[in-house]
Write a protein that binds this ligand. Structure first.
Ligand code: TYC
Length: 124
């Protein structure tokens, strides 16, 4: 009598099956292949908080040297934070946001400024 050997293949050893289609783009309605659709990573805001002791000059310098803002944008962000209490220094992936916060905290500590930053997820 002939025997039958069953070989189970784990998913990653199986030949590619029929292409699965995604749920479709929210804006265009286009349905694309799930394996080739590029997913955007979650993004995070780095927030700068106002205080009474950090100099405006230092905040502008940090925004230029750590957050790569030009002088005009850096000055506008600093003024916004000074007036409103909080503002966005930039929007990044989590690791980049964390690195910029850590760098800025070290720079502020070295000058004995109490500058505070925080990270907040974006809506999308
Ligand atoms: N309020 C500070 C001052 O008058 C300036 C300042 C702006 C501090 C923004 C922190 O995140 C800040 N010297």
């Amino acid at each position: 009598m002939l025997g039958v050997m069953v070989i189970r293949l784990s998913d990653d050893k199986k030949p590619p099956g029929p292409r699965k289609e995604g749920k479709g783009d929210r804006q265009t309605g286009l349905v694309l292949d799930e394996r080739t659709r590029t997913k955007k990573p979650p993004m995070y805001k780095v927030l700068l908080h106002n205080d009474d002791y950090t100099t405006r000059e230092f905040v502008v310098w940090v925004l230029q040297s750590v957050f790569h803002k030009n002088e005009t944008d850096a000055t506008a962000i600093m003024s916004h934070v000074h007036t409103n209490g909080v503002g966005i220094a930039g929007v990044y992936t989590f690791e980049v946001a964390e690195t910029k916060v850590t760098k800025t905290q070290h720079l502020a500590k070295a000058q004995q400024f109490p500058l505070q930053l925080s990270i907040e997820p974006t809506e999308s």
